[in-house]
Design a protein around this ligand. Structure first.
Ligand SMILES: C[S@@+](CC[C@H](N)C(=O)[O-])C[C@H]1O[C@@H](n2cnc3c(N)ncnc32)[C@H](O)[C@@H]1O
Length: 141
């Protein structure tokens, strides 16, 4: 249970559906940006080493990065032409980084269950398509 405070339980794991709803409520409503995270379990410990990954990260829209709730991206930088799926993609930061790394002929699909996160991710498809100089999006959520 990653979303608990001070050891208190925030969800009844024996009740099917409660965990699902609690996770959705947490990522969709309770936290609005990275600084609202209630646990240090989601800490950004991975340090991107390659210039390609750093460069891609620096070109992501601010609203997308402000809602990054992950633990850091571990990815090879040589992904050109690959097809990638990201499960639990949130606002899409890692997807957009990989959208740049795979290039116009690769593709990225982000999957998430939280509407609020998906709305942010979908909102910035055109922004990144233009930013990366692509003639059409190579990404979907
Ligand atoms: C720790 S956050 C990470 C989000 C994103 N990868 C990032 O780095 O910002 C976990 C995400 O997984 C999603 N998630 C959790 N369980 C899921 C499930 N069963 N199906 C789809 N998405 C799920 C949540 O909605 C949340 O956006």
């Amino acid at each position: 249970m990653a979303c608990c405070n001070n050891g208190e339980s925030c969800c009844d794991v024996n009740d099917d559906g409660v965990v699902h709803d609690t996770v959705k409520e947490y990522y969709g409503k309770r936290i609005q940006n990275t600084s609202d995270l209630k646990t240090s379990a989601c800490c950004n410990v991975a340090k991107p080493k390659s210039a390609e990954v750093l460069n891609a990260m620096n070109s992501i829209h601010e609203e997308v990065t402000s809602k990054f709730y992950g633990c850091g991206l571990v990815t090879p930088s040589l992904l050109r032409g690959m097809k990638i799926i990201d499960l639990g993609s949130g606002s899409g930061r890692d997807c957009y980084v990989m959208s740049k790394l795979v290039g116009e002929n690769g593709s990225v699909l982000g999957v998430d269950m939280t509407d609020e996160q998906l709305n942010v991710a979908n909102k910035h498809i055109n922004y990144h398509t233009q930013k990366f100089g692509y003639s059409k999006p190579n990404i979907g959520f």
